[in-house]
Design a protein around this ligand. Structure first.
Ligand code: GLY
Length: 252
């Protein structure tokens, strides 16, 4: 069974880090309702959801994706780039230990899981304000024994690599080509976001469906026209914290 690790929203959620969007008021109760719908949708898609308790003092801790990334062979515990987020990994180590052998990024490396895109044996790391070149070098050394090639990818105008593109299936990415150096992705099939929806490139394929925000109807229509079945969720309050659908779970 697919396991999805999530974490309840911190009471200090509105103090989240923001990098590329303006701060606006967040309705904490609505954010919690939306997050509950998100986890219910993961369950409906066949996941066993393991929901960690809220972290009172860690505003961004609902975005568990940034604390680790998971491969068939091992999981890598990251070292988040924002200092406010570094303590988020402690409880994730506990949560992942039953499932995977754990590898770790160490200083001076910093890396957020949102910058890590795994496509088969190729791993792409966004060169962002959060993820540095030392992380790429460490990951190359850690993961070469498992047959992975790790490459750094230039970004612009967005927080994470997975703000700019995400996997739809093994051959296909959903992409905003204005935010990422597309060189590494030329050999894949692209579904381009609608130009009016620049934040629309983040989707989460789960068990044959695509978990996708309700905020991007034009891009959703493009995905459906290509034959993909969507499970749509309203994550508008999470988006105000610069989060998206991949950010809120670790899929084991
Ligand atoms: N607020 C999400 C992040 O900056 O990591």
């Amino acid at each position: 069974m697919t396991v999805a690790i999530t974490r309840k929203i911190s009471p200090r959620f509105s103090e989240c880090e923001l990098t590329h969007i303006q701060r606006e008021p967040i309705d904490l109760e609505l954010a919690r309702q939306q997050h509950a719908s998100y986890t219910a949708t993961l369950s409906a898609l066949g996941c066993e959801v393991i929901e960690l308790p809220e972290e009172l003092s860690l505003p961004d801790s609902v975005f568990v994706e940034d604390t680790a990334f998971i491969l068939p062979e091992v999981a890598v515990i990251t070292r988040p780039g924002a200092d406010s987020r570094k303590p988020e990994t402690e409880s994730i180590v506990q949560a992942l230990t039953p499932y995977k052998t754990l590898l770790h990024l160490n200083a001076p490396a910093t890396g957020d899981g949102g910058d890590v895109l795994v496509l088969g044996k190729n791993i792409y790391i966004g060169k962002s304000t959060r993820s540095n070149s030392a992380a790429v070098t460490q990951l190359q050394n850690l993961l070469a024994p498992y047959g992975y090639a790790v490459a750094q990818v230039e970004l612009r105008d967005c927080l994470h690599l997975k703000s700019a593109l995400t996997k739809v299936d093994e051959e296909t990415v959903l992409i905003n080509p204005n935010w990422v150096d597309t060189t590494n992705f030329k050999n894949l099939r692209w579904i381009e976001i609608d130009a009016a929806e620049p934040h629309a490139a983040n989707c989460l394929p789960i068990n044959g469906k695509i978990l996708y925000p309700t905020a991007f109807p034009k891009t959703a229509a493009k995905l459906e026209a290509q034959g993909y079945a969507l499970a749509q969720v309203d994550v508008s309050e999470l988006a105000k914290a610069e989060g998206a659908v991949t950010c809120c779970s670790l899929i084991v």
